[in-house]
Design a protein around this ligand. Structure first.
Ligand SMILES: NC(=O)c1ccc[n+]([C@@H]2O[C@H](COP(=O)([O-])OP(=O)(O)OC[C@H]3O[C@@H](n4cnc5c(N)ncnc54)[C@H](O)[C@@H]3O)[C@@H](O)[C@H]2O)c1
Length: 355
């Protein structure tokens, strides 16, 4: 199978690309990624000369580019998104552009190219916030609270509409909070690990009692791949780690594992509209896809801490560049043969000078 993976230079997308190339020796992968602040070609650097991999820098909202790329693949696995809740509170517009318009652009291209298979990667945040009990299931009503989750909810609806209206062969997955290698250090687990490696305190929102259900990114990627290959068309599958813990508990575990005490916690003002609790019931994926969690939380966390300790050159430059606005692009390293990027006037000027 030949796959177009959007957002494949991001955290989960890049982990998914490795999963596909390692587990499906016949498959080919084309990544389409705009390389926003969150996209990082270093995540894909080991694949530079891989014969079954190609990278294209571009925007999922670029209709002509998307049409051309979709024409040449069997299926689209759609990860590309603006994904950071705090950024969506500051500037929601780019979230609507990429997460809503971008998703519709991909759906249109799939439809116009003979109804190509489409798997949409979404989040449990579309379901809103839980009280002390209960779990999200595939039938939970949507109740998004942040511009990020509202834009993802809109994209889920558009994917379902494409199935019902145009019979596009789609599946959707909604997953809980991921952690693991290549996670941008603005998100809580890598932020805390890298702060501690730098001897800095860790900023903990509010009373620390917000609860999240943590899943290792490898488990999520296996789930997405099972949904793509074995999922029933038109269906939604929820993936979660069966590993709920409060942010305070999470923080204390990271501090303990890295040899620090509570004095390294710096309480900070809570995020506006901060959802209290998320929890996923992944029974449907377990029963229908034969999926289950393979990476227990403590084991996954230790592996993740070890990865950040072993790869300071990966995260230090991301932390050192002051965060650029959501939606802006990062430069592409020029020494990667499998990478196609649009020519700029500067490229042409350099080529002229070199010739
Ligand atoms: N991180 C989580 O815990 C989590 C949980 C559930 C679902 N998800 C979903 O998984 C997907 C991937 O999340 P992530 O954490 O890897 O995100 P990420 O921010 O690390 O990566 C997003 C990628 O999309 C690219 N991108 C952004 N706008 C683009 C555009 N207009 N055109 C092309 N590429 C663009 C970025 O450059 C980046 O490489 C998202 O759809 C997100 O909603 C994430």
């Amino acid at each position: 199978m030949k796959l177009l993976v959007t957002g494949g230079a991001g955290f989960i997308g890049s982990n998914y690309v490795y999963h596909v190339l390692n587990t499906h020796p016949e498959d080919e992968v084309v990544v389409l990624d705009k390389l926003t602040y969150a996209g990082n070609l270093d995540n894909l650097a080991p694949l530079t000369n891989h014969p079954r991999f190609r990278f294209v820098q571009g925007d999922i909202c670029d209709r002509d580019l998307v049409m051309n790329l979709v024409k040449d693949v069997d299926a689209v696995v759609h990860f590309a998104a603006e994904s950071h809740v705090d950024r969506s509170i500051e500037d929601p517009t780019v979230f609507v552009q990429t997460n809503v318009i971008g998703t519709q652009t991909l759906l249109d291209a799939c439809r116009k190219n003979g109804n190509k298979r489409f798997h949409h990667v979404s989040t449990d945040e579309v379901f809103g916030s839980l009280g002390a009990t209960g779990m999200f299931t595939e039938t939970t009503s949507y109740d998004p609270r942040s511009p990020y989750s509202a834009s993802k909810a809109a994209s889920d609806h558009l994917v379902r509409a494409a199935y019902h209206t145009h019979h596009l062969p789609v599946t959707i997955s909604n997953c809980s909070n991921n952690y693991g290698p290549y996670h941008f250090p603005e998100k809580v687990i890598p932020l805390f690990i890298t702060n501690l490696l730098e001897g800095k305190k860790v900023p903990l929102y509010g009373d620390g009692m917000n609860v999240r259900d943590w899943i290792h990114v490898e488990d999520h990627c296996r789930g997405v791949d099972l949904a793509l290959r074995n999922g029933k068309i038109g269906e939604t599958y929820l993936f979660g780690g069966r590993s709920e813990r409060s942010n305070m508990e999470l923080t204390q575990t990271i501090l303990f594992e890295m040899g620090f005490g509570k004095e390294m916690i710096e309480p900070v003002k809570d995020r506006p509209g901060h959802d209290r609790r998320y929890a996923i019931d992944p029974s449907k994926a377990e029963q229908e896809l034969g999926w289950s969690v393979q990476v227990p939380f403590l084991h996954g966390l230790r592996k993740t801490i070890a990865w950040y300790k072993a790869n300071p050159e990966w995260w230090q430059k991301l932390k050192n560049t002051s965060p650029v606005g959501a939606g802006s692009s990062r430069p592409t390293p020029s020494n990667s043969p499998n990478i196609t990027k649009p020519k700029t006037l500067l490229d042409e000027f350099i080529a002229d000078v070199e010739n």
